[in-house]
Design a protein around this ligand. Structure first.
Ligand code: ZN
Length: 156
């Protein structure tokens, strides 16, 4: 079995084992839109992993992800692994973990929720169920899945 060779990066972050089709949402959740980025981003879609499953890979040069950002990725790609690359070597390997409380990055599906009002409160969700991921709004108790459709880009 041939393995796809992907250009290695010298420094930065490689997000591997992203559920296929989710790589662009990963960029969104990281607030990477193309206009605000000075480093090179590579997105590899629909490649086979060693376990013969399809996956996406995202490579971000010259940027190391913070733990807070990594946990955001878990909302849409719970099996993702984060490799921090320094001088072509894997300096750190991290797993993503769904945070207990999800703040500010997901919009509530209920249009009457206070988080969608004119003076919106920051959205807060607790994890209702992990697989498939289902969140419960702290304010209105609305339970919602398909989190990727309700992402707001990170501002920081
Ligand atoms: Zn709500």
């Amino acid at each position: 079995m041939k393995e796809l060779k992907i250009q290695p990066i010298r420094n930065g972050t490689v997000i591997d084992h992203i559920e296929t089709g989710m790589s662009l949402n990963v960029l969104r959740i990281l607030g990477i839109t193309g206009e605000n980025v000075n480093s090179s981003i590579s997105v590899v879609m629909h490649v086979r992993s060693k376990k013969e499953e399809w996956k996406d890979i995202v490579k971000i040069e010259d940027r190391e992800l913070y733990a807070k950002e990594v946990d955001r990725i878990a909302l849409i790609a719970p099996r993702a692994t984060i490799n921090i690359i320094r001088d072509y070597n894997v300096a750190e390997k991290r797993k993503v973990k769904i945070p207990e409380l999800v703040r500010g990055i997901v919009r509530c599906a209920n249009p009457n929720c206070i988080t969608n009002s004119n003076e919106p409160a920051e959205s807060i969700f607790s994890v209702h169920r992990e697989r498939p991921l289902t969140l419960k709004c702290h304010y209105c108790d609305r339970v919602q899945s398909r989190v990727e459709e309700y992402l707001t880009s990170s501002q920081d």
